[in-house]
Write a protein that binds this ligand. Structure first.
Ligand SMILES: [Zn+2]
Length: 169
């Protein structure tokens, strides 16, 4: 558990401390998509780390020797279409448009869309907000047990059923 936190600190620290020798992400993003995807290796399995996108960004920047983008113009794209995956060989830096295209051409839905479909947008937002707190004192990035998850999902489902009945009647 401690090594997990140290890993984050290491990644973020190395990214911010040696920014000078790294490729500027805003120049890097001008490279053709195929160059930015050259490191991808989807024959490797996904590694779900139960971490937030801030951690993944640090990780990818470290892996590709780029700086970390700020704001929303440059996206961390998952070539494996698994938003929970932290395998650097499954992630690449892309534009917002590329991120959208990936999600469409992958045929599947994004984790976000699946969550909204399952729990409704309001609850999905709450879940996202909670996930964003994982690096804090909370559960230290450990994911909930299956039983816990199902319990939560069940209560959320009931809540939304009630809500739907309310609005439909
Ligand atoms: Zn993956």
């Amino acid at each position: 558990m401690f090594s997990y936190n140290n890993e984050i600190v290491d990644a973020v620290f190395s990214v911010s401390s040696i920014n000078k020798c790294m490729k500027n992400i805003y120049e890097y993003i001008e490279l053709p998509k195929s160059d930015r995807q050259a490191h991808l290796n989807l024959s490797e399995p996904c590694i779900e780390r139960g971490a937030g996108s801030y951690y993944f960004k640090g990780l990818l920047a470290h892996h590709l020797d780029t700086t970390v983008p700020a704001g929303h113009k440059i996206h961390l794209c998952h070539a494996c279409n698994n938003g929970a995956c932290g395998n650097p060989n499954h992630m690449y830096w892309g534009t917002a448009q590329e991120n959208r295209q990936d999600q469409v051409t992958n045929g599947g839905k994004t984790i976000w869309e699946r969550t909204v479909e399952k729990y409704g947008e309001e609850e999905a937002r709450l879940m996202n907000a909670r996930n964003g707190n994982k690096n804090g004192s909370g559960n230290k990035g450990k994911s909930k047990s299956e039983a816990q998850k199902q319990k939560i999902a069940e209560s959320v489902r009931l809540k939304w059923q009630e809500k739907r009945l309310d609005t439909n009647s």
